[in-house]
Design a protein around this ligand. Sequence first.
Ligand SMILES: [Mn+2]
Length: 327
Amino acid sequence: MSSVEKDELAESGDTGIVGPPDSIRQLPRFAGPSTFARLPRLDEVSRADVAIFGVPFDAGTTYRPGARFGPEAIRAGSKLLRPYHLGLEIEPWSRLQIADAGDVGVTPFDIAEAVSQIESAAQRLYRSADRIITLGGDHTVALPMLRAAHRHHGPVALIHFDAHLDTWDNMFGARLTHGTPFRRATEERLLAVNHCAHVGIRHTTPAAKDLEDDRELGFATISTLDVARRGIEHAADRLRERVADRPVYISIDIDVLDPAHAPATGTPEPGGLSTRELQLLLYSLADLDIVGADVVEVSPAYDHAQITALAAAGLTFDLLAMVARGR
Ligand SMILES: [Mn+2]
């Protein structure tokens, strides 16, 4: 079968699933409306197995702002994504109806109000989509998304890829910030306690006690150095053991990657994972029951040649392929 025929098959099979337009005879990849991977908008299909959901919010940021432009940057970085995932040997959008739900309307001025707007919009979105993959936005947005995921799927085992713990109690007295979502999620019992883990923690943190506090909340930590010293499969085994057969929510802060692989982010830390290391780790987790995910903290004003946007879009595609594999 030629690649052109294969492309067409993915886009209009007997399944009724709607995919992207034909990039070779209909509409080139750099043209047309900007949905994720040129997929249909949610209002163009009756319902979706997975909805892509933009949350352009960054008022919870402590250092570099700009992640409110993350969703549009990730969509722009997604235009070259082709149907077949070579690593996981699957075509996500001929298996699943995937659609772009657009961006939530969210205030840039009031964090509490924004969090509640995001939560309500996600609740509404679950009426027409089983699973949501969120494009951030700063990491604050994980809290309302976890609230909505909890209502829909029950307590989830969180696998959190990040350079930072994001379980601090407050920042400048504020309890809703991009450094606190997983402390709030734990307090609100949204997570399957003792089945969650951080991956990629590294370099500096305000105090040694942060790790102790984090352990008391019920998290395990696999640092970047752990991955480097003991290997990716070891990390994957620990994570699979940790979450067992529970529904999994994957949160990817793009700063888990080294600044060489993702320079455009709010709080960059040297010594991170490469994009390829993170992909290998994700592919080893593809058999998990992934019920939700987010890719956050892309701040495109600091990007060069779309390095970060391409990584974030590629990781979003990896997540879609993982969901397709798990079903
Ligand atoms: Mn984070």
